[in-house]
Design a protein around this ligand. Sequence first.
Ligand code: G
Ligand code: G
Ligand code: MN
Ligand code: NA
Length: 254
Amino acid sequence: LRVGSGLRRALDRNEFTMHFQPQFDAETLVLVGVEALLRWQHPEHGSMLPGEFIPVAEESGLIIPIGDWVMRTVFKQQARWREQGHRHLSVAVNISALQFARPDFADKVARIIAETGADPSRIELEITESALMDGSPSLSRRLQTLTGMGLKLALDDFGTGYSSLAYLKRLPLDRLKLDRSFVRDLPDDPDDAAIALAAISVARDLGMQVIAEGVETPGQREFLIAHGCRWMQGFLFSEPLPVQAFDRCYPPPP
Ligand code: G
Ligand code: G
Ligand code: MN
Ligand code: NA
């Protein structure tokens, strides 16, 4: 698979698209947001998932221009949805640790917000636990620069790193995303159940919202609701959708 050489040309050839996975309040089934997920329409290999090419993009440095394209595309889409009447829809975008580590990251985000007319208060940057564990003393200040611009911050893949409560408490994070690896075997697996309950209680103690990823079964949904996690995304509700399909399924409220 010659992913590397193809990746270099993929931006010029318009081979990337964004899909959007709806997020719900699982009690009321109200749509609360979407997570933007990158897809590569490879000329020979067809639709490729980020797991297959993001690592290559990170090794080669291409993640920076690709990440810029993702932010521009997603922010533009947020502005469009807001104009169409999706006033409260929050739009989450995944940020690679390498993007976040660049000293000009916040300036770049500000520039793309200005260019696209996006509402920063409806944009959520998903940053992985590992990206926050670089030990940088300026981490808290860099996050505050972003929240100061009105952006929301989510801790992605929660439970896969080793953040301590004390460490998280110092950071201005709005939301915690419970990784789908801990949702998969709910409610029967006692270890996953313990981790899910711990995550929900950490979020509550720190005043963060919690959202579960990868919810596929009614049993998982019921367990999570019963223990105080109402927000969810996953195949039980909807797979990630191209914009046209999203717009057909979820027209703006009257
Ligand atoms: O869509 P899929 O389940 O294959 O996504 C796998 C992972 O790839 C997600 O958990 C997400 O963190 C990452 N990912 C998806 N879209 C993007 C993106 O636009 N940028 C970055 N850096 N990562 C993404
Ligand atoms: O940021 P993150 O790596 O968690 O991205 C979510 C990924 O999980 C997306 O690539 C999406 O396609 C995938 N996904 C979304 N819902 C489900 C689900 O219910 N089950 C599984 N197995 N994967 C899912
Ligand atoms: Mn994510
Ligand atoms: Na995740």
